[in-house]
Design a protein around this ligand. Sequence first.
Ligand SMILES: Nc1ncnc2c1ncn2[C@@H]1O[C@H](COP(=O)(O)OP(=O)(O)O)[C@@H](O)[C@H]1O
Ligand SMILES: [Mg+2]
Length: 250
Amino acid sequence: MTGETIISFRKVSRAFGEKVVLDAMDLDVLAGEVLVILGGSGSGKSISLRMMNGLDHPDEGTVVVNGTDITLLSEDELVPTRRKVGMLFQGGALFDSMSVFENIAFPLWEHTPMTDAEVQERAVEVLGFVDLGEDVLPLLPASLSGGMKKRVSLARTISLKPDVLLYDEPTTGLDPVTSMTINRLIKDLNERLSTTSVVVTHDLTSALFVADRIAFLKEGRFVFVGTREEAVASAVPELRAFFEAGGKAK
Ligand SMILES: Nc1ncnc2c1ncn2[C@@H]1O[C@H](COP(=O)(O)OP(=O)(O)O)[C@@H](O)[C@H]1O
Ligand SMILES: [Mg+2]
C-alpha cells in the first residue's frame, strides 16, 4: 500500500426525485488498498461505486480520480478514466453470444491497437491470473458455472491493466466455496497487479477476508471509515448491529 489518495469524494450529494441517496458524502480511497463498502440495501453503495468511473454523477460535490476531477466530464472525456478504473458488474455482464475469447478480446479490440496475436496472448495471460486455462477460450458463457463466469468477467476487466478495480457484490449468488475462491482472487490480484480495489458487499465473511479498510454507508454518508480491526472493534451502533446480525445491515 502506498497510502496516497487515489479517489476522493468531497461533499457529494445525489438524489432521485425526493429521495436523497448521498448527502454531502466524503470518502478517500487510498492507493494500493482493498476498501470494502458496507451498508444496507438501497443505501447508495452501487451509486458510490459507479461514481468512481463516471457511470453516475453527483448533483453536487466533486469526485477526483487519480488527480483528475471527473465530476463534470463528458462520456468522451471519461474514456481514459474508464480504462484506468475497471468495473466488475453485479452479474458479470458477459456477452452471451460471444465466446470467452471474444468477451475478453472485445475491450482490447475497442481500446487498444493490439494485433490479433497480442490479443490472443493477453487473453491467455489474464485467464491465468484468474486460474483458468486457455481451454475455456472457445466456450460460450452459458456453458460456464457461476464462479467461472465471474472469473472470466474479472479476466476481461483486468485485460486493460486498470489501476483501480471496482467490484459490485462479487460473491452474490455464489455458493460459500466459490465465494471464497473469488475473495481470494480479489485479495491476491490486488497485490499481484499492484492495483487498488473497492468492493461493495453485504457478505460479512467476504468483507472481513478482503478488506484492508471498511467504510460503512448510512443515511447518505460514511458514518465509519477505518481498518478492518477498527471496524470489528467499533462502537458505531450501525456497524455493531451489522456485525451482530452477521452482515445483514438495516
Ligand atoms: N436510476 C435510478 N433511478 C431512480 N432511483 C435510483 C436509481 N438508481 C438508484 N436509485 C435509488 O438510489 C438508492 C441507492 O441505490 P444503490 O446505490 O443501487 O443502492 P445499494 O446500496 O443497494 O447498492 C436506491 O434507493 C435506489 O432505489
Ligand atoms: Mg447495489
